[in-house]
Design a protein around this ligand. Structure first.
Ligand code: RIB
Ligand code: CA
Length: 310
């Protein structure tokens, strides 16, 4: 039985690989891709999601655009990593995948309401669309099997000292989702920095030899170049597809059940995910926090998915 998934993303180089893993692995029934402002402005993240599907030859997955800015803050795109168009590196083809005219939140609500089974929601960007969905359509929350989110960190962040980008972009949205009571897995930088794009990984993806792999190599090389400049990390971490990998095979990552608070008022720490790893506060756990990645299994899943696409 395949797992029905809704992927909410802000492509973004690593988001593209999350789309490809969801589309290329038979264990996932990708019911839709929704976009949010994050790595880039909404027009770019939406176009890039359509391009990711176009390159991969995926024509039967609807795409809907969502929030163009956070709930309460202004959007600051992650151009220092992803470039001004949020998908720097390759020459971008014209997308042929159509855009659903509904707002992403309406699309998500309609899809969840119409489904005969609960769906797994996988956000890999700021949680703005998901927070709006829970606020505006609470009746569909029971149709969400679980949320597997790339964001946060049990340790240091990547925007300033402690906030991770997706949580930093919209801390208020993250607070809504972490207070929802829904089953939630947090895939933070602490685990995503185990998914490093080594030269061997790039060679392995390139050796697949299809159009998706060639495009993916260009994405990886750009992403690694900006990570080296921005964070001194020449092997960039491929954050987002870890969420989909967990949906496919829970054994790909260990998790620890914890209480997580989202800092929303700190002058220097807004967006920090305060993960109570040692249950110091005695609060009810609200998330499974991913800790250790089975790195070989992860790259096998990514490579096999790319090979299954155009
Ligand atoms: O901090 C990493 C996260 O921010 C990833 O989802 C990346 O795509 C960016 O959105
Ligand atoms: Ca992302």
């Amino acid at each position: 039985m395949s797992i029905p998934v809704l992927l909410d993303c802000d492509p973004g180089h690593d988001d593209v690989f999350a789309i490809w893993l969801a589309a290329g692995n038979d264990a996932i029934d990708l019911r839709g891709v929704t976009t949010v402002g994050g790595n880039g402005y909404l027009e770019h993240t939406t176009r890039n999601a359509r391009i990711a599907l176009t390159v991969a030859g995926v024509t039967d997955v609807p795409v809907a655009a969502g929030a163009d800015k956070p709930l309460k803050r202004e959007l600051t795109p992650g151009a220092w990593i992803h470039g001004d168009n949020a998908l720097g590196g390759p020459v971008l083809p014209e997308p042929t995948v159509p855009l659903d005219q509904r707002h992403a939140v309406q699309f998500l609500a309609d899809t969840l309401a119409a489904s005969t089974e609960p769906l797994t929601v996988i956000p890999t960007g700021p949680l703005t669309n998901i927070a709006l969905l829970l606020q505006q359509h609470p009746e569909v929350a029971p149709k969400i099997q679980e949320i597997i989110w790339m964001g946060g960190s049990t340790g240091r962040g990547n925007v300033g000292a402690y906030p991770e980008f997706n949580a930093w972009a919209d801390p208020e949205a993250a607070a809504v989702v972490f207070a929802s009571g829904l089953p939630l897995t947090m895939v933070g930088l602490n685990i995503s920095h185990q998914a490093l794009i080594t030269e061997d990984v790039i060679q392995r993806i390139g050796a697949v030899g299809n159009a998706t792999s060639a495009f993916g190599v260009e994405l990886m090389r750009f992403f690694c170049s900006t990570y080296e400049k921005a964070e001194g990390m020449p092997e960039g971490p491929l954050h987002d597809p870890i969420t989909v990998a967990i949906a496919i095979d829970r054994a790909v990552a260990s998790v620890q059940r914890c209480h997580v608070d989202i800092e929303t008022t700190g002058e220097f720490t807004a967006g920090a995910t305060c993960v109570d790893l040692h249950d110091m506060l005695g609060k009810e756990p609200n998330a499974d926090v991913a800790i250790t990645l089975d790195v070989p299994k992860f790259w096998d899943l990514v490579t096999d998915a790319v090979a299954a696409l155009a």
